[in-house]
Design a protein. Structure first.
Length: 487
């Protein structure tokens, strides 16, 4: 364990936040925050490399936060090294006896998928192909470790200017026993997530779901890339259900949803404004996304399948013709060992949880960063080659990040302070989200959940025939409680 005098404290953002970090790092600027803590970019003065330092604060204030922190630490180490998953360079705590915060040192990326989608940047078909391929590659690795991410959304996909992406934020991940098994609510918490990316079976079925929930989220992300707006933008959980059924239709047979009798009755009585039942077939996506490649729309239909058992898998996505031009078998590997959730999820003692976190930090000091090869079951021994041939990307916020990082490196070389004040928020336009889009524990919200880059805030136009209303005699509050249940 490092000695306390190896660390120093930096005050940032008008004395509202303090980072106690190792002397080899110099803070550049704050880049994100949430009630879990904050993220700063920093310069490693030993290597002149810019990294991201995530401070997980107040981790022993609530057991939910403690386990989320420990879960992410363990998962990042287990999955470390895959090119489409955020890496873990190191972890630090200052005093193993009294600490209440943990620092995770990771790669510093330029922006997020949310920033790209809601910017005015023009995207080409090759961008969609490369983004989707990387998501499928990362998900194949994650799912092969028997892990469900459960929080895939544009804000949790980090992107560099060269269009390489990394999946991040594993604090809400959960496990499943085998690819054919479902997850029950043994370890489930009341979860905060933008409902727009939440698979319908999570709302409609009784405490069972599998890895197909992540593929639904990928479908929502693809639709948002193609249309530059959220596809299922429900104002609450009942409206979310209306949006999904309105766009995808309501099949005669919905036995794939393990509904309670009250929800089944509600679904059967859904009507449009004229009193007609919803269509049974999905909307024609060629009308919604008239400029999208045909193969992209076929991929979208396979991802947004109401029946989870018929929804495309990560392997199926990798084999889809839409991403064929950018495939590389060296990247499409599986994790050789399943992740063990049971070893810590059932622990209730704060003392034992504290010891678990200390052990993870100690283990990280000897971390092998080429775990991608260690976990690989592929016979290919080479690292994946770069197959993307499209243009680079730059949004206003990513351009600022790049400039700030370069300025910090130059300042360090000249012996000057590398810290920089954050940009004036008026430089950027934000779409502020209504807090009603979120449910559950407030500590799970972060800034990315509360704002997106400016975009067309209107809904996808589907016409009156697909604009649904519930039966007038329905218990709206009871239904909302059911649809937003713990998972």
């Amino acid at each position: 364990m490092l000695k306390s005098d190896d660390f120093y404290t930096v005050t940032i953002e008008n004395s509202q936040e303090k980072f106690t970090i190792h002397k080899q790092y110099k803070i550049i600027r704050k880049v994100g925050a949430g009630s879990y803590g904050s993220v700063c970019s920093a310069l490693n003065v030993n290597t002149n490399e810019v990294v991201a330092i995530k401070k997980c604060r107040h981790i022993f204030d609530k057991k939910l936060i403690t386990k989320r922190c420990l879960r992410e630490m363990k998962l990042l180490q287990h999955l470390n090294g895959h090119p489409r998953i955020i890496d873990l360079r190191a972890m630090d705590i200052v005093d193993p006896r009294t600490f209440n915060e943990v620092y995770l040192i990771q790669s510093c990326c330029d922006t997020t998928m949310a920033d790209i989608i809601h910017s005015k940047l023009e995207l080409e078909a090759v961008h969609y192909q490369w983004f989707m391929y990387q998501l499928f590659s990362g998900l194949k690795f994650i799912h092969s470790a028997n892990v469900l991410h459960r929080d895939l959304k544009p804000a949790n996909i980090l992107v560099n200017e060269n269009c390489d992406l990394r999946i991040c934020d594993f604090g809400m991940a959960r496990g499943f026993v085998s690819p054919s098994d479902h997850v029950e609510s043994q370890y489930m918490t009341h979860y905060v997530v933008t409902r727009w990316y939440r698979a319908p079976e999570i709302m409609l079925s009784r405490n069972t779901y599998d890895k197909s929930i992540d593929l639904w989220s990928v479908g929502c992300i693809l639709a948002e890339l193609l249309g530059r707006k959220v596809l299922f933008k429900g104002t609450d959980y009942v409206d979310q259900l209306h949006k999904i059924v309105g766009i995808l239709g309501l099949p005669h047979d919905t036995s794939f949803w393990d509904n309670s009798s009250s929800v089944t009755e509600y679904i059967k009585n859904l009507r449009d404004e004229s009193g007609l039942p919803p269509p049974t077939e999905p909307i024609d996506f060629r009308i919604v996304f008239p400029h999208a490649p045909t193969e992209a729309l076929d991929l979208l239909q396979n991802l947004l399948c109401l029946d989870p058992s018929k929804r495309m898998t990560a392997n199926g996505g990798l084999e889809h013709p839409f991403v064929a031009a950018v495939r590389d078998p060296a990247e499409e590997v599986e994790c050789s060992q399943p992740f063990d959730f049971e070893s810590f999820e059932l622990i209730e003692s704060e003392h034992v949880l504290r010891q678990c976190i200390v052990e993870e930090v100690m283990r990280s000091k000897g971390l092998e960063h080429d775990a991608f090869r260690q976990h690989s079951m592929s016979s290919v021994n080479s690292q994946p080659s770069r197959r993307y041939t499209g243009s680079s990307i730059s949004t206003p916020s990513s351009a600022f990040v790049t400039e700030a990082n370069l300025n910090a490196i130059h300042a360090a070389q000249q012996g000057r302070d590398v810290f920089q004040q954050p940009p004036d928020p008026s430089q950027f336009q934000y779409m502020v989200m209504n807090p009603e889009q979120f449910v559950g524990e407030p500590e799970d919200m972060d800034e990315d959940d509360m704002k997106l880059m400016d975009s067309d805030d209107s809904d996808i136009h589907v016409g009156k025939r697909r604009t649904l209303v519930g039966p007038s005699n329905a218990d709206y509050r009871a239904l909302e409680r059911h649809l937003s249940k713990d998972w």
